[in-house]
Write a protein that binds this ligand. Sequence first.
Ligand SMILES: [Zn+2]
Length: 60
Amino acid sequence: MPQVLAFYSINEAAKPANQRVHHNNSACLPGRDIPQNEMRMGTGNYRLCEDCNRLNARTS
Ligand SMILES: [Zn+2]
């Protein structure tokens, strides 16, 4: 699945710090749920989402 530039939701800031994540895979469902107007480029210094991590580990 395609890896893309890192992005995150502005709503992550409302979560507890240890639950904030960024995404970098276009197949990630939580990532795809982020409305365009709530999306920001970059990691936000958050850890990588576990779904993205799993998707990135696949080779095709
Ligand atoms: Zn993700």
